[in-house]
Write a protein that binds this ligand. Structure first.
Ligand code: FES
Length: 167
């Protein structure tokens, strides 16, 4: 269960919207921030707050790439594999990340820090290859730059403590 204060804030967000669907992504993101990923319980809570059925919420949640319906690591690495990034070598960057992290696409590192996910365009097409970690957007990636970014992100994630994966 989310704290009462958060629930009231989300209800107010929905009340201020023309339709509850308009507020749905904000509600889902807040619940995801609270739980780490969108658990079945969070879907039920979102449904109650939004006045939708759990199935309707699940349909919305599975449509958006940055809403996670499975446990993820403390930081999710989204690697763009759309056409502009593909044309400047995103496949090699993805392979490099797989090797460095020891995971495949969709995998989470054993320490629970990183989940690796290919994704559609991140809106940084002129600066590819591009990846996004949390709210940080990184462009013009090379294997060397990726290594430096991973080191920096790992340090920050460890300082804030790795969130244990939930079953
Ligand atoms: S194609 Fe990669 S950011 Fe747009």
């Amino acid at each position: 269960m989310i704290p009462g204060e958060l629930k009231e804030r989300l209800k107010a967000r929905v009340a201020a919207s023309v339709t509850s669907r308009e507020a749905a992504v904000d509600v889902l993101k807040e619940l995801q921030r609270h739980y780490g990923w969108l658990t079945d319980g969070a879907v039920s809570e979102a449904a109650e707050i939004l006045g939708l059925s759990p199935l309707q919420v699940d349909e919305l949640a599975t449509f958006y790439e940055m809403i996670y319906r499975r446990p993820v690591g403390k930081r999710v690495i989204h690697v763009c594999d759309s056409i502009s990034c593909w044309s400047v070598g995103c496949a090699a960057i993805l392979e490099h990340l797989k090797q460095r992290l020891g995971v495949g696409e969709g995998g989470t590192t054993a320490d629970g820090l990183f989940t690796l996910l290919p994704c559609a365009c991140l809106g940084n097409c002129g600066e590819g290859p591009t990846m996004m970690i949390g709210d940080n957007l990184y462009g013009r990636l090379t294997p060397e730059l990726v290594d430096r970014i991973l080191e920096q992100e790992r340090k920050e994630a460890e300082e804030h403590g790795a969130r244990p994966l939930q079953a």
